[in-house]
Design a protein around this ligand. Structure first.
Ligand code: URA
Ligand code: URA
Length: 242
């Protein structure tokens, strides 16, 4: 490389470094390219169908959470204390999707903080993972009264937000915890007992259905199966890393 060009390159790189150092001091940890910023955010699909395809960038999790604020798209809004959006690492390789918040979650505002959540923590611990390594959310973001099953209209209202959450995170793998998460993400009606333990795909992302931790509280013998499913997840996560 000619000397002049070499010096210009060095100059440009050092200027770039100073700009990035400045940005980092001001508290920016990512720099978005203008091209990305100019794109509109994805419109929310409605129960009536998917919107016409447009070029768009995925909405960030923060934008999505802000948009859910005050949601009145289904009757669950009437009795909820909090909308339980989700929690964990927005860049997680692994997302775990549950069913719907229960009493504790409704009070505290975070997913899986009750008894089923404590069991989920133990499962994660056994996988040598913790809450900050993964992202956890539910199909339904508001508590169904008396923890009844979510109704089809409630799932239809809330599912688009789950899809946008997954589009924002773009994890390498998904674990569907229980029947509702598995059936909703896979758009099928197969029983969880048949779905669990077999790799499926959600939008090109490998998805492992397994039993819900609340089911394990009632049926501890099924922990063995769940651990087998989670071992498959770990093996695939590690294998695909190499
Ligand atoms: N059960 C779920 O499916 N999700 C929670 O957040 C808590 C319990
Ligand atoms: N029923 C469910 O909804 N989920 C399970 O994991 C098991 C039974």
């Amino acid at each position: 490389m000619p000397d002049k060009l070499y010096h210009e390159c060095r100059e440009l790189i050092s200027q770039g470094r100073v700009i990035l150092e400045d940005l980092s001091e001001w508290g920016f940890d990512t720099v978005q390219t203008p091209a990305d910023d100019e794109l509109p955010i994805c419109p929310v699909p409605t129960a009536a169908g998917l919107p016409a395809p447009v070029e768009c960038r995925p909405e960030s999790l923060d934008e999505l959470e802000a948009r859910l604020n005050g949601c009145v798209l289904c009757p669950l809004c009437e009795q909820r204390k909090n909308i339980i959006f989700g929690a964990g690492n927005p860049q997680a390789d692994l997302v775990l999707v549950g069913e719907a918040p229960g009493r504790e979650e409704d009070i505290q505002g975070y997913p899986f903080v009750g008894e089923a959540g404590r069991l989920l923590d133990r499962i994660l611990f056994a996988m040598k993972l913790n809450r900050q390594d993964v992202y956890i959310c539910n199909v339904i973001k508001c508590r169904p009264p008396s923890n009844r099953d979510p109704q089809p209209d409630e799932i239809a209202a809330c599912e688009p937000f789950l899809k946008l959450q997954l589009a924002a995170i773009r994890p390498r793998m998904i674990v569907a915890l229980g029947r509702f998460a598995a059936q909703t993400l896979l758009q099928c009606k197969d029983p969880i007992g048949r779905l669990r333990g077999h790799w499926r795909e959600y939008q090109g992302i490998p998805l492992m259905p397994t039993f819900h931790p609340a089911y394990l509280l009632r049926n501890p013998a099924a922990k063995r199966e769940v651990w087998g499913d989670m071992k498959q997840v770990l093996q695939r996560l590690n294998r695909d890393h190499q």
